[in-house]
Design a protein around this ligand. Structure first.
Ligand code: SF4
Length: 352
């Protein structure tokens, strides 16, 4: 087993740590990002490259996330790398794939988010009851962002070797640093493949029209009030923004749904809603893994019934939630009911 991310991937997470791929984003295998030269000299990177060269990448303890997915017949980050990163020649060590978040600057506080990825969620945490914060193992953070000097260094040193770049957040279309980066990158490397993961609440068509070809992956976790509860944003405005993007000739639109206890019951309807709109390339799903949000909280019978309805969820295997997960979910829901001014239990999903 080899991995092209280990060979030529470069990931900077929203909390400004680095590794070869987004499946390695916390713990002992990441390091605070300082510079390209520091990245290329890290022991963990050299170890992963060696493990990949020998075909043993999935034996490396840093790769537990890919092992988890591949054992369950799910698509892993390693699988994606085989499709989107070209094979390197022996001894070639170009950085070809950049996966970058400029910090946690974000205009939304989605219920399944965390302070590392959203400055607004970070602010919301100040009002959370202590039992919720300690149950989730989270505290508020100092907001963080990549400096303009570091952005310039990345572009100057590896901007022209990159085959593809994915921008994450925070919210890249709200964060001025992401826009600064994109404006410079297209001058240095006009043919680079660009993808932005965005909440699509702020769409500047004039800015997006500068790029020859760009994929926007819209993070949208439901429809109507379920979306509004989860993301705290007006569904009609979001829906209108997606239609604007679909009409742009240089933009490919995909949807990514984070599936949690909150939206699992309407996953089939959510997929149909976006597919029926026309012009959306695909709708992907990812599962929320946090114990207080996991879709396993709907119970085994409901989980099996819903998951077998659509191909993306058919292979999802039931797992028993942790002992205190239901209790923690109830505290979580009470907090978000009050923050959203909505009552989750009175939202009737059966009409969709
Ligand atoms: S196997 Fe997975 S976790 Fe390991 S480097 Fe490759 S993509 Fe990352």
């Amino acid at each position: 087993m080899q991995c092209r991310y280990a060979e030529s991937g470069f990931y900077i997470a929203a909390h400004q740590v680095a590794s070869p791929c987004c499946s390695i984003d916390t713990g002992e295998y990441v390091f605070p990002y300082e510079s390209i030269d520091q990245f290329l000299d890290q022991k963990i990177l050299l170890d992963l490259r060696e493990a990949s060269k020998k075909g043993h990448i999935l034996n490396h303890p840093a790769c537990a996330d890919c092992v988890y997915n591949e054992r369950r017949s799910l698509t892993s980050t390693r699988h994606k790398g085989l499709k989107i990163i070209s094979k390197s020649n022996p001894g070639e060590h170009k950085l070809k794939r950049l996966d970058i978040a400029f910090g946690n600057t974000c205009n939304l506080d989605c219920v399944m988010c965390s302070p590392e990825f959203s400055s607004k969620y970070n602010a919301a945490m100040k009002d959370m009851p202590n039992e919720l914060k300690s149950g989730m193992g989270r505290t508020t953070l100092k907001n963080h962002t990549l400096s303009y000097e570091k952005i310039d260094e990345i572009l100057d040193k590896v901007g022209n070797t990159l085959e593809s770049v994915i921008l994450k957040g925070g919210e890249p279309l709200y964060d001025k640093k992401a826009q600064y980066f994109l404006n410079k990158l297209v001058d240095i490397n006009p043919n680079v493949k660009l993808e932005i993961i965005s909440n699509c609440t702020i769409i500047n068509q004039e800015f997006l029209s500068k790029f020859k070809n760009i994929t926007i992956t819209a993070s949208i976790d439901g429809i109507y009030e379920i979306y509004e509860y989860i993301r705290g944003f007006d569904f009609k405005i979001l829906d209108n923004n997606i239609e604007k993007l679909i009409r742009m000739e240089n933009v490919t639109v995909r949807i990514i749904v984070t599936v949690s206890k909150y939206n699992f019951a309407i996953v089939p309807q959510t997929i149909d809603y976006w597919k029926n709109k026309g012009g959306i390339e695909k709708v992907n799903l990812q599962m929320a893994r946090e114990p207080w949000n996991t879709p396993f909280l709907v119970g085994e019978e409901t989980f099996r019934k819903i998951s077998k309805k659509r191909p993306p969820t058919k292979r999802w295997k039931w797992e028993m939630p942790r002992a205190n997960a239901h209790e923690l979910h109830e505290i979580h829901k009470t907090f978000w009911n009050s923050r959203r001014g909505m009552d989750w239990d009175s939202i009737d999903v059966s009409r969709y």
